[in-house]
Design a protein around this ligand. Structure first.
Ligand code: ZN
Length: 323
């Protein structure tokens, strides 16, 4: 028996040997993580494979859990590579290739810029592999607060707003005010709105916010009208396809549940929220929460990308039946 071990090394799948768990860069050393404050009374440090840079970030961080540590490392990467990440905001790959830079320095920029953007994006988005020790899960890692915008993942709405306000040169308080009105699910809309309206006087901005509020209220009134679900259908679990969207697992149980209730949009799902928690909460609150989130992600994907819903969604034939 090896109770004398003073560290717990996490399992590293073969294909991830020599890889940083935080960002996917080459391995440098394992960071020995101890929670601080140590709420769960963890006794031994957890060894997490890191690259040199993430190792350095970890050493400056004291947090109570591994998911918080991961988020702090990601925030540090976002901050350090902000300029690189903004390349993707300011340019598309094709624009960069087509544009004619004059002079050696700018030509160099053109050649390396997109690569720098892709590397930085890959690192902040890198999801690591599931943390286990001898096959046993270490703990559930929460991504509940993560926000994705334009293909880049942020650790929280707050971080996303800070970075995006800078990237798009929108005053942060104004962007925050707009998001508060339209909701966090509609970041792209909020940014577009804020970008086109902030340049005016304070009075005009206030008027913009007021008209936005009226617009959203109108939309909500319309949404209530469509909130009456169609007649549900029964699909057996083996006829349904699980899928992964935006790094979220969509389990067949969740898909079966929405089909049974004839739910095809987020407004209908919202109406059935309590029902969902009653149904899946029998297993555990966490399961219910996970399933509900999965359904939201699924229905939102179908909503924002109708072409995907019609042609790609592996369960499209069921939704077609709902009409
Ligand atoms: Zn790293």
């Amino acid at each position: 028996m090896s109770n004398k071990e003073s560290y717990h090394a996490i399992d590293v799948p073969f294909e991830y040997r020599h890889t940083c768990w935080f960002c996917g860069e080459p391995y440098y050393d394992s960071y020995a993580f101890m929670p601080s404050p140590n709420y769960d009374g963890q006794e031994q440090p957890l060894l997490i494979p890191s690259c040199e840079e993430c190792f350095g970030f970890c050493r400056q961080t004291r947090v109570s859990g591994i998911d918080l540590l991961r988020d702090k490392v990601k925030d540090a990467l976002h901050k350090k590579y902000q300029k690189h990440l903004q390349i993707g905001v300011n340019w598309t790959k094709e624009e960069l290739e087509d544009c004619e830079f004059e002079g050696k320095a700018l030509e160099g920029f053109r050649e390396s810029a997109w690569a720098m953007f892709e590397i930085a994006k890959g690192r902040v988005n890198y999801a690591g592999w599931p943390l286990t020790i001898d096959g046993q899960p270490v703990s559930a890692l929460s991504q509940a607060f993560h926000v994705e915008f334009d293909g880049i993942i942020y650790t929280s709405l707050q971080r996303a707003v800070e970075q995006l306000a800078k990237a798009y040169a929108i005053p942060q308080p104004y962007l925050e005010a707009v998001i508060e009105v339209v909701g966090r699910q509609r970041l792209a809309y909020a940014i577009r709105f804020a970008k086109t309206t902030y340049g005016y006087s304070a009075d005009e901005r206030e008027a913009s916010i007021a008209s936005l509020k009226a617009l959203v209220a109108e939309e909500q009134a319309l949404a209530i009208q469509v909130a009456v679900p169609a007649k549900g259908i029964q699909a057996s679990l083996d006829e349904l396809e699980p899928l992964i969207l935006h790094r979220t697992q969509i389990p067949v149980h969740a898909i079966q549940w929405i089909l049974e209730r004839g739910i095809t949009n987020l407004a209908q799902l919202a109406e059935c929220e309590d029902d969902c928690f009653d149904h899946f909460g029998k297993d555990s609150e966490l399961v219910a929460y996970t399933y509900f989130t999965a359904m939201q992600v699924y229905l939102e994907q179908r909503d924002v990308d109708p072409e995907w819903a019609e042609n790609v969604d592996p369960n499209r034939r069921w939704f077609e039946q709902l009409g």
